[in-house]
Design a binder for this molecule. Structure first.
Ligand SMILES: Nc1ncnc2c1ncn2[C@@H]1O[C@H](COP(=O)(O)OP(=O)(O)OP(=O)(O)O)[C@@H](O)[C@H]1O
Ligand SMILES: [Mg+2]
Length: 253
């Protein structure tokens, strides 16, 4: 049965989408059947894996509001073993439209339950907020992976995220686990990057992934070609780091 991992941090630009795409592709490369769920109205995970987000198609929005079956909305990606539940810009409206809806926090969970058995792992790319979309992701998830950028304010807002996780455990999803903290955009030549890493390691010790994702320009180039790093440059340091992360996570699936 597929393990559902939400990739969340309300802080913008910390590497959530890069991790969702490239961890997903690395796991798929290792022949695990993967579903990538794009819960961000920006649709970066969808476009980054090569899905055309213009035009009409059934998206996670239609699934959440009950306009489409989840099976209808899921599409295969170019990567073997990797399927996508695409986002659409109108997902912004879901945040508002669902406010008064019944079981608004458990909608994604209910739909994912129908198809969970088809996958080894389901990765949910969350938007940079702690609103209803992220709450849906955390309610559906077995665990949460938190990317932290190696920069001065990395830990800022983390208290709020951990508090949200605690509240979700108390009310909607008591078994929600912390999959791990992932350091991203690490630059070994930068003393600040090293300092921040040491600080975060002191704070989180056991919850850290051994893998640290370096700052790597190939990782930032790949999405503009609609490719994961595995397709774009498998020999890059960025690819190696996400393959390592996949190796850490595979035994836990
Ligand atoms: N390890 C890395 N090395 C270099 N660039 C990176 C790395 N990880 C992410 N980036 C780049 O940093 C930017 C932010 O990354 P990404 O989109 O993955 O963050 P995010 O947390 O999903 O952002 P948002 O909160 O807007 O959804 C992107 O331009 C991405 O290409
Ligand atoms: Mg993103």
């Amino acid at each position: 049965m597929g393990k559902i991992i939400a990739i969340a941090n309300q802080k913008g630009g910390v590497g959530k989408t890069t991790t969702a795409i490239n961890l997903g592709s690395s796991l798929a490369f290792a022949e695990a059947k993967v579903l990538l769920v794009d819960m961000d109205p920006q649709g970066n995970a969808s476009s980054g894996i090569g899905f055309e987000t213009k035009g009409e198609y059934a998206s996670v929005y239609d699934v959440l509001i009950g306009n489409a079956d989840i099976e209808e909305a899921i599409v295969p990606s170019k990567v073997d073993n990797l399927d996508l539940l695409p986002s659409h810009i109108n997902l912004t409206a879901a945040e508002v439209e669902l406010v008064t809806a019944l079981s608004r926090e458990t909608r994604l969970k209910k739909h994912l339950e129908k198809i969970k058995d088809k996958y080894k792992v389901i990765l949910i790319d969350c938007p940079p907020s702690l609103g209803l979309l992220t709450v849906n992701a955390l309610t559906a998830a077995d665990s949460v992976l938190i990317p932290l950028q190696c920069e001065y304010y990395a830990m800022e807002g983390l208290g709020q995220l951990l508090n949200t996780i605690r509240l979700i455990r108390e009310s909607l999803n008591e078994d929600l686990a912390l999959e791990g903290i992932l350091l991203t955009m690490y630059d070994p030549r930068n003393n600040l990057s090293k300092e921040v890493m040491t600080q975060i390691e002191e704070f989180f010790s056991e919850s850290m992934f051994r893998t640290i994702v370096p700052r790597n320009v190939r990782l930032s180039e790949a999405p503009s070609f609609g490719m994961s790093i595995i397709e774009y440059d498998i020999k890059s340091k960025g690819a190696a780091s996400y393959i390592d992360l996949a190796k850490e996570i595979l035994p836990r699936l």
